[in-house]
Ligand binder design. Structure first.
Ligand code: NAD
Ligand code: MLT
Length: 514
């Protein structure tokens, strides 16, 4: 497959991707070039410089399977448009959080002790000890806006400095804050009013855009300092410059800017400002981690597998118990659709039983539904566009969990659909040791077969001679039966034959067997 790397990433990631794919590294491309190229690639990898907008995604639709961000923030990818086109969007969310937190702490100390200003004065030949008296951070209040991954790491580090910690983040559990020794406040205004240092660790969203404006800055103490290692446009730069000039606040340390690269800013001329050019993630460790992590995720996405960091796939993180069942769930979805002859109505029921029932099984339901749709679709069906496609076809997913099942004691998945005549069709599967897949139920009849590439399923009334007849029909077409399983409800009752074949069967032969 073809992968476009549109922003510089560490060599290790490029190398990993090049092992199995044709990789083009073309950085700094303008939008019109990306629109022209998008349809020739299966994956695009970016950092924060390149924006992947709706036009580029529309141009890539049909072929483009994944947009991967070698870093955390996804404000440069139109996730909604990607979802509409069934394109997975993923990032490397853990890759650079330590680096970003450490950079925040570096800026905290730099702005508290005027380190860059003193450095510049000294290297300019001025010994200005009295000009650059700073402030200790011990005993001061650190106000944290956004107590997520990076905010949490900053809290832990600043706790060690003896700072008092206060945070505003209405979406985190109070227990999480309490464990960190952080006082969680109900309003941002409360935190701004009591903090000596305010550090921003929010995502860039419509709610946070321009959040720190003139009015918010006016809530801060005149002795307070503001840090932003999150995203530029969360803090209004003009308002901040004005507040620093007027003495509304005492200082600021800024790593990120509304427009980047930022070569001109009202902040640059001010003496009480420390700036860095978006260096939060710029460590060798973070860059290696981000590149390797996205390379692995792109690999998974291109193989049609579940990507743990996909942000537009419902279901959230997948644990080790659930993960091995994902391919089985998809196979069951495909199989049950085949048995129904393609025409389905209404509900697709996915039952997860046994140990699985203790977990969040939503991803198994979604994967089975994807199998159902993929079996009858000529467009790419991904975990991203599955809910939308299902809705379009009038199918809806019903998920059931059953702790104990007498019929199948081990953990298993059963998928039920209804054909156009309203007949329910159920298949079930389980994993044996070493994650070997087994079909354990077909047309509601117990079987025990390892699924293979070519299979045939027959349903008939139990009577002598059927195996011989089917064997002869297949032999005429030189189709070899590798193994066969027969299940029946009762002697002379409904019977099911499952054949594992070495070759595919042609339609006329199938018709003859029917
Ligand atoms: P995260 O998603 O783990 O944490 C963000 C927190 O903000 C969450 O706890 C969330 O509940 C909270 N939040 C969201 N909207 C909010 C709102 N309106 N009001 C209050 N709280 C809100 O993200 P993270 O990984 O900690 O990253 C934080 C920021 O840092 C992001 O903007 C990311 O892009 C940026 N970042 C910058 C650099 C850099 O190089 N400077 C590096 C990595 C990440
Ligand atoms: C991120 O969101 O990961 C950072 O801003 C760093 C980067 O852009 O690579």
């Amino acid at each position: 497959m073809h992968v476009l790397i549109a922003d510089p990433i560490a060599a290790e990631g490029v190398e990993l991707l090049s092992r199995h794919h044709q990789v083009d590294v073309k950085t700094g491309l303008p939008k019109q070039d990306l629109v022209g190229l998008a349809g020739s690639y299966d994956a695009i990898v970016v950092r924060s410089q390149t924006t992947i907008d709706a036009d580029i995604l529309a141009a890539g639709a049909g072929r483009l399977k994944v947009v991967a961000r070698a870093g955390v923030g996804l404000d440069n990818v139109d996730v909604e448009a990607a979802t509409r086109h069934g394109i997975v969007v993923c990032n490397a969310p853990q890759s650079n959080i330590v680096s970003a937190a450490e950079h925040t702490v570096a800026l905290l100390l730099a702005v508290a002790r005027n380190i860059p200003q003193a450095h510049t004065a000294l290297t300019d030949g001025r010994w200005e000890r009295s000009s650059w008296t700073g402030t200790e951070v011990q005993g001061k209040v650190l106000g944290i806006l956004g107590l997520g991954r990076i905010g949490t790491l900053v809290a832990q580090r600043c706790h060690a400095f003896g700072m008092h910690l206060a945070a505003y983040d209405p979406f985190v559990a109070p227990e999480h804050a309490a464990r960190l020794g952080v006082d969680l406040h109900d309003t941002i205004e409360e935190v701004l009013a009591l903090a000596d240092f305010v550090t921003v660790h929010l995502p860039k969203t419509p709610d946070t855009l321009g959040l720190i404006d003139t009015a918010m800055l006016a809530r801060m103490k005149p002795t307070a300092r503001l840090l932003n290692v999150a995203r530029g446009s969360i803090v209004d730069e003009d308002a901040l410059a004005e507040a620093l000039r007027k003495g509304t606040i005492a200082g600021a340390a800024i790593d990120v800017f509304a427009t980047e690269p930022a070569t001109d800013s009202p902040l640059f001329a001010l003496p009480n400002v420390v700036v860095t050019p978006h260096l939060g993630a710029s460590t060798a460790e973070a860059q290696d981690r981000a590149a390797v992590q996205v390379a692995e995720y792109v690999e998974l996405a291109l193989a049609g597998d579940f990507v743990p960091s996909a942000v537009n796939v419902p279901g959230g993180p997948v644990n080790d118990l659930i993960r091995p069942y994902l391919p089985l769930a998809e196979k069951l979805g495909r199989l049950v659709t085949g048995l129904a002859g393609g025409g389905l109505d209404g509900e697709v029921t996915v039952e997860c039983a046994g140990e699985l029932a203790d977990e969040d099984c939503s991803i198994l339901g979604l994967t089975a539904l994807r199998g159902v749709l993929a079996a009858t679709s000529d467009e790419p069906v991904t975990l991203v566009n599955t809910p939308g496609l299902a809705e379009g076809r009038g199918l809806h997913l019903k998920q059931i969990t059953t702790r104990h099942s007498e019929a199948h004691p081990s953990s298993h998945i059963r998928v039920t659909v209804h054909d156009r005549d309203g007949q329910a069709i159920t298949v079930g599967g389980s994993l044996h040791p070493a994650h070997r897949e087994r079909l354990i139920e077909v047309w509601s009849t117990p079987v025990d077969v390892e699924p293979t590439r070519h299979m045939a399923f027959l349903r008939y009334r139990d009577r002598p001679g059927i195996i011989g007849v089917i064997g002869s029909i297949l032999a005429e077409e030189q189709v070899n039966i590798a193994s066969a399983q027969i299940g029946r409800s009762a002697p002379g009752g409904d019977a099911v034959m499952v054949l594992c074949l070495d070759q595919p069967v042609s339609r006329p032969t199938l018709a003859a067997a029917a």
